[in-house]
Ligand binder design. Structure first.
Ligand code: ADP
Ligand code: MG
Length: 712
């Protein structure tokens, strides 16, 4: 309380306290601002400030700059030209100023009567009568009144909740709330951070001596403290998840036998250095007696699948089962093809629990998984979550589609919390050699899209991360061409020529976000038109509404070369691997997001032929579309593109966090404050080790009952 007084300079403001609206409507307005608790009010920080700590003589007020002036009303008139308005003339020792009010109440006209002393705050501009302020904030003085000692905060607010009331609520909260520091002194000193209470008080009521640009740019030490605390809360909660998982027991999958060695020896290629490194990290994790929780990320085509396959084989080698979960049936099917190709020769039983399987066969397959007769089972996330029980699940490989990442991962984790063994229910019932009833499986996630480092450091802080940052040798970079839609005919001729030479091509139909039906219609029309334009070619069509079996059949035919041109909606975006396809056309490329374009383009350039990706665009191009096309044209490195994408859209949009309703980072900026992200990460570990009570208090303060902070 004393700190508060000092910070406010001892002069409680006497702005007319507005009568409080009914409690519930006030609460709902506060809720709109995300304010539910006292501490939410404490953390509701100003957008900017107004300096009412000094009076400016009227003749010294600069045009265009806000100023506080004080003087006596010498005239007050309601004018009618050019429109009805209240014109008040104010004089101080230095000069005269006009205040104009285009909207006003009769009470205001009466209050600003000649003879009254007023303070006006606003921007001075040259006006018809002389210098003027239009709609200044004003205050009638009833006696001598000291100026405020601190800058006046302007808070983000919502309709019907005025600054005066909000300021009052925040003042009260600052007095009530516990502002004790949650950071141990030693850490604060080491990180050179300001103490919490003075920081937060200073941000609400800064002294006029504070450098205003440091406040606005949020580089002031008080701001850094807020950002650090916010990031620390995020790191702490993520690392708590991480540690909780590690505290559980998993089957140690240490090297045993020679299955993995045989897998690697049989591959038609040598692993890249990056693959070897990633596999080494995974291998080490698997050998431990606590569950691995690792994210394997790398650019499209960097060869994540084979690394995951090695992990699956290791599990089998040790007598456990592995699950491979894909977000879609097409991807599951594809994983199955790869896994079967690599694992069957080793004598492993791999099952694809396809949605298209006849019910009876599928039941049999699921039963075989439960009976430990199948060693590697592949299917969609949904299938595993609903239907499948494993006899001895040792490893779950989750091929995560970036687009659905945020929500799904949180859901998975929630599920994990409830049962604490989300994927190995069956293991409890059918224990075999060692009693696996307390064991939970290792988890390996794969990300289809590279994640910028700052994001993986914050949002993925509950995982260990392996990066495959190298493409297999001999890849020819895909040539990207930007072509105006008006030259479509040339492009069609080009496809005829390429397919004539035995190559294959994709034609990606326009994305129509507003209407799936319209998108489907367009795909059907595009297919019909191309089939007519290219009479000699086998033109196939694949889209999201196609029944599973047909979809799989079309992909199979394309893979086998029976289809030469595949017309597709974005269902092919992720993971489809047909090396002979070396030409891709994307229609209305300007509608696609950067990562989508990058994923699409990654479908070609997988074989020996030089590959070309033609991005057809239509005018007019928005600025955003122009930038996206420029970035995709200039860059092929997925991490670079991901970074540009994050800069363009902001981390929150990039992650898709905004739609998911999870709380976002409010103060820290993952791009600008990367140093703080790193510091917070290190501090989180230290606090969890040495100051667990402080860590818990910090998370409670910042996150309350919520789960975790997302990147904003
Ligand atoms: P992604 O990381 O996008 O999932 P994939 O695992 O599908 O990439 O690999 C892309 C292609 O590269 C596949 O055809 C795969 O067999 C092949 N591949 C993987 N690793 C290597 C390697 N070290 N050398 C050559 N080709 C490789
Ligand atoms: Mg893949």
């Amino acid at each position: 309380m004393r700190a508060l007084r000092t910070a406010r300079g001892g002069t409680a403001r006497k702005d007319n306290a507005p009568s409080r609206p009914a409690e519930s409507s006030l609460n709902s307005k506060l809720a709109k601002l995300g304010i539910r608790t006292d501490f939410d009010l404490v953390l509701h920080l100003p957008l900017r400030y107004e300096d009412e700590t000094v009076l400016t003589p009227i003749d010294a007020a600069r045009h265009g700059a806000p100023a506080l002036v004080e003087g006596e009303v010498v005239a007050s008139d309601i004018a009618f030209r050019p429109r009805r308005q209240l014109v008040v003339q104010v004089r101080d020792a230095s000069g005269v100023l006009f205040a104009r009010f285009l909207n006003f109440y009769p009470s205001q006209a009466r209050a600003l009567a000649p003879g009254v002393r007023v303070r006006l705050f606003g921007e001075v501009r040259p006006g018809f009568f002389g210098d003027e302020m239009v709609h200044p904030r004003y205050r009638v003085l009833r006696g001598p009144e000291p100026l405020p000692a601190s800058l006046t905060p302007v808070y983000p607010t919502t309709a019907g909740l005025g600054q005066v009331l909000l300021r009052k609520l925040i003042d009260e909260a600052l007095e009530r709330a516990d502002l004790a520091d949650t950071l141990p002194e030693a850490i604060r000193a080491e990180r050179r951070l300001e103490p919490f209470a003075p920081s937060v008080l200073q941000l609400h009521r800064p002294s006029p001596a504070v450098e205003p640009t440091a406040l606005e740019a949020r580089t002031h030490p008080a701001w850094r403290r807020m950002k650090f605390d916010e990031l620390l809360a995020q790191q702490l909660s993520m690392r708590m998840h991480y540690r909780a998982r590690r505290a559980q027991a998993a089957p140690p999958l240490a090297p045993r036998g020679d299955l993995v060695a045989r897998l690697l020896a049989r591959l038609p290629f040598k692993l890249t250095r990056a693959q070897v490194r990633a596999w080494g990290e995974i291998e080490r994790d698997l050998a431990a007696a606590h569950p691995m929780n690792r994210l394997l990320q790398g650019d499209v085509g960097s060869g994540k699948t084979v690394v995951a396959a090695a992990a699956a084989v290791r599990a089998v080698e040790c007598g456990w089962q592995a699950a491979v979960m894909a977000p879609t049936e097409i991807l599951a099917e594809q994983h199955h093809r790869k896994f079967a190709e690599w694992l069957a020769p080793l004598g492993l039983k791999v099952a694809w629990l396809a949605g298209a399987l006849p019910a009876r066969e599928r039941r049999a397959a699921i039963a075989a998984v439960a009976a430990d007769e199948i060693q590697v089972a592949i299917g969609t996330h949904a299938l595993f979550q609903e239907k499948v029980e494993f006899a001895r699940l040792g490893l779950a490989i989750v091929d995560e589609q970036h687009r659905f990442g945020v929500r799904q991962r949180l859901a998975l984790r929630e599920k994990g919390k409830r049962s604490s063994r989300p994927l190995a229910k069956g293991a409890a019932k059918r224990s075999v050699a060692e009693d696996p009833s307390d064991l939970i499986p290792h988890q390996l996630m794969m990300s289809a899209t590279p994640i910028p480092r700052t994001l993986s450091m914050s949002y993925y802080a509950d995982l260990d991360v392996s990066v495959v940052d190298e493409l297999p040798p001999g890849r020819k970079p895909v040539i990207t061409k930007l072509v105006a839609g008006s030259r479509r005919d040339e492009v069609v001729r080009r496809i005829r020529d390429a397919c004539g030479e035995g190559r294959q091509a994709y034609w990606v139909c326009p994305l129509i976000e507003e209407s799936e039906a319209l998108e489907l219609k367009t795909a059907l029309e595009t297919h019909a038109r191309l089939a007519a334009e290219l009479p000699g070619l086998a033109v196939g069509l694949v889209h999201g509404r196609l029944p599973q079996a047909e979809k799989a059949a079309v992909m199979e035919a394309f893979k086998a070369g029976r289809i030469q041109l595949l017309v597709a909606t974005t269902v092919i975006e992720v993971g489809v691997d047909v090396p002979n396809a070396s030409l891709m056309v994307v229609e209305h490329a300007e509608r696609f997001g950067l990562s989508q374009l990058h994923q699409l383009r990654g479908r070609v350039g997988r074989g020996a032929d030089e590959s070309v990706c033609i991005l057809l665009y239509e005018h007019p191009l928005s600025d955003g579309a122009r930038t996206r096309l420029k970035v995709i044209y200039e860059h092929t490195d997925g991490f670079r593109i991901a970074h540009e994408d994050m800069l363009l859209r902001g981390p929150g949009e990039y992650l898709g966090a905004r739609q998911s309703g999870v709380p976002l980072l409010r103060f820290a900026d993952l791009v600008q404050d990367e140093d703080l992200v790193q510091a917070a990460r290190a501090t989180a570990e230290l606090m969890l080790d040495r100051y667990p009570a402080a860590a818990t208090a910090h998370v409670a303060r910042w996150l309350g009952g919520r789960m975790e902070l997302m990147a904003a």
